[in-house]
Ligand binder design. Structure first.
Ligand code: IPD
Ligand code: CA
Ligand code: CA
Length: 269
C-alpha cells in the first residue's frame, strides 16, 4: 500500500523551524567546534535538528533520517523506504556572524530517489519547495527558469575552510567563470544558492565537496524548475556520501562541464 504523504505538514514544520533561527540569542549561544577548520555547530543547529526530527517523525513515522548534527534522534538508516535529509541550518557561519542569510533544508527520498525538497530562508520568509512531477515554487509562485548561458547570469560557488584540498582548481575555474559571466557570489548557504538557480538569480552553482543533506532538498527544486544537477565531472549526485556539485541551467551546466574538463576535473570529482 502506497503511503500518502502530507507535504503541506512538512512545509509547515520547516517554516516553524525557521522561527527557532529567527528567535536565536546569538550573544549567549554555545558553539562547538567540529573536525576541520572553521567547522562549527551552535546550540541552535542542534535545537532545530531535534525539533525537525521529532515533528517529521510524527508526519511520516516510516522515515529514517540523515541529518548533519549528532542528536539523539538522528538515527542514520538509509535502508528504509523513506529518508529525510536534514540540514538544520545551512549557512552556520553566516548564522553565527549575523549575516541573516541561512536556510533550513529538508529533502525527502523514496527508495534512494529524491521526491521532495523544502529550503526555507526565514530572514526573508522565502520557501523554495518542490514535489517530484508537481513543479517548483518559491512561496506560492511557480518557478520556471530561462535556459540562460554563463554570459547571461551570476555564478555562485561555495568553498568550506574544512574542505580546502584542490582549492586551486576551484578558484581557477571560478576566475574563468567570473570573466565569462556577469558576476560571482558566494552566499554561504549551498541550499539557497542552488535553489536560487530555479528562480533565475544564479545560472551556476559549483562546489568541490558537499554532503547529501546540503543539496538533497535543493536538487529536486532545481530539477523541477528545469535545471540540472550533477557532480562536476558529470556523474550522478550521491545520496549516501559527499560529492562535488555542479548545478545550473541546462546551457550553463553544459558550458561549465566543458571548462571543467579542460581544467582537468575528471570522474574523481
Ligand atoms: C555549508 C554551506 C556553504 C558551503 C559549505 C557547507 P553549513 O554548510 O552550505 O555554503 O560552501 O561547503 O558546508 O556547514 O553551513 O551547514
Ligand atoms: Ca550545510
Ligand atoms: Ca548545517
Amino acid at each position: 500500500m502506497r503511503i500518502v504523504i502530507d507535504f503541506k505538514a512538512i512545509e509547515k514544520c520547516v517554516k516553524e523551524a525557521g522561527q527557532i533561527v529567527l528567535a536565536a540569542n546569538l550573544e549567549n549561544a554555545s558553539v562547538e567546534k567540529k573536525t576541520g577548520d572553521a567547522n562549527f555547530c551552535t546550540e541552535y543547529d542542534v535545537k532545530v535538528q531535534k525539533f525537525l526530527i521529532d515533528e517529521l517523525s510524527k508526519i511520516l513515522p516510516e522515515a529514517s533520517f540523515f541529518g548533519e548534527e549528532e542528536t539523539s534522534n538522528n538515527i542514520k538508516d538509509l535502508s528504509r523506504e523513506y529518508t529525510f535529509y536534514i540540514d538544520p541550518i545551512d549557512g552556520t557561519t553566516n548564522f553565527m556572524f549575523g549575516y541573516n542569510h541561512s536556510s533550513i533544508s529538508v529533502g525527502l527520498a523514496r527508495n534512494g530517489k529524491m521526491i521532495a525538497g523544502f529550503v526555507y530562508n526565514p530572514y526573508v520568509d522565502e520557501m523554495y519547495k518542490a514535489v517530484r512531477n508537481e513543479g517548483a515554487f518559491v512561496n506560492d509562485k511557480p518557478l520556471k527558469m530561462e535556459n540562460k548561458a554563463v554570459s547571461e547570469g551570476i555564478i555562485a560557488f561555495g568553498c568550506a575552510r574544512y574542505n580546502e584540498s584542490k582549492v586551486d582548481i576551484l578558484f581557477s575555474t571560478v576566475k574563468e567563470l567570473f570573466l565569462k559571466s556577469l558576476s560571482i557570489r558566494s552566499g554561504g548557504s549551498a541550499a539557497i544558492d542552488i535553489s536560487r538557480i530555479a528562480k533565475g538569480a544564479n545560472v551556476i552553482y559549483i562546489e568541490l565537496k558537499l554532503q547529501p543533506y546540503d543539496y538533497a532538498a535543493a536538487s529536486v527544486i532545481l530539477e523541477e524548475a528545469g535545471g540540472v544537477i550533477t557532480r562536476i565531472g558529470g556523474g550522478e549526485i550521491s545520496l549516501t556520501e559527499p560529492c562535488s556539485i555542479l548545478a545550473g541551467t541546462k546551457k550553463a551546466h553544459e558550458e561549465v562541464m566543458k571548462i571543467a574538463k579542460e581544467k582537468g576535473y575528471n570522474s574523481e570529482f
